[in-house]
Design a protein around this ligand. Sequence first.
Ligand code: ATP
Ligand code: MP5
Length: 274
Amino acid sequence: MNNPACALTIAGTDPSGGAGIQADLKTFQELQVYGMSVITSVVAQNTTGVKSVHHLPLDMLSQQLEAVSSDMPVHAFKTGMIADIGMMEIIRDWIKEIHVPYVMDPVMIATSGDALINENARDFLREHLVPLAALVTPNISEAEDMVGERIRSHEDMKNAARKIVHTLGAGAALVKGGHMEGQAVDYLYDGEFMYTYTSERIETKNIHGTGCTYSAAITAFLSRGMELPEAVEKSKTFVTAAIRHSFSLGQGNGPTNHWGIRKEESIYDFHDHS
Ligand SMILES: Nc1ncnc2c1ncn2[C@@H]1O[C@H](COP(=O)(O)OP(=O)(O)OP(=O)(O)O)[C@@H](O)[C@H]1O
Ligand SMILES: Cc1ncc(COP(=O)(O)O)c(N)n1
């Protein structure tokens, strides 16, 4: 018997390999979790931005979800880019049948500034998907959009996390401070306690895919049965290493290094000169 933890990502693609489905699968693999993926939209993008988007037919989305869950175990799953209400309805109905931890990365705008979700779908996401999530992981602007208030301080970040749980109905909220000044501080609120995760700020423009990588790592640890606060702590270490060892590839915001953690933790010391 060799049954691994199994994690699923439902998201859009990034052929340049730094964000979306590709980042999620690389992260699952790195954390020794069996990775599976359901594609919502095929996105022609790279480190400089989004060129065009093709949304898969709704029927194809349903069939992918059915193909995975009728045959494979899913111990935790995440969603990333879900562009429109039609897709959200299908995913919502699927989630209602599957009772394992759900991590929502409320992807709205890429690092490049390109919109990845239809304007009219934001309300649906907030009203129908957020209440189903064990964890929602907004960055500052996504948290502002969710709670309808500006976030200027760390106190504002914590208040937004509380609102996402108590008013919008998420199980927990992780408000990420990558876009604030100073240290990179994130706040997790689980309805009872407020946890703080802090790392040094790394001076780099190579941050394409950090949000995807972070939420995928949390999903991977949850699929292994870890408690949320520890899953976030380990994922913060993972994403910080991915940023610290990120790549100056491409002409825009380069990708993070999904094996960066191997350079910092002796258990990943494979002596392969990479
Ligand atoms: N320059 C940095 N140095 C260290 N940590 C960072 C840096 N930028 C972001 N982070 C951390 O990376 C994680 C992702 O946070 P961020 O706020 O950037 O999310 P995001 O905006 O969703 O990501 P993305 O850039 O993929 O859209 C958080 O833990 C954040 O604190
Ligand atoms: C398919 C997809 N999903 C998510 C992101 C966000 O990642 P980032 O903000 O780092 O560009 C992206 N660029 N593409």
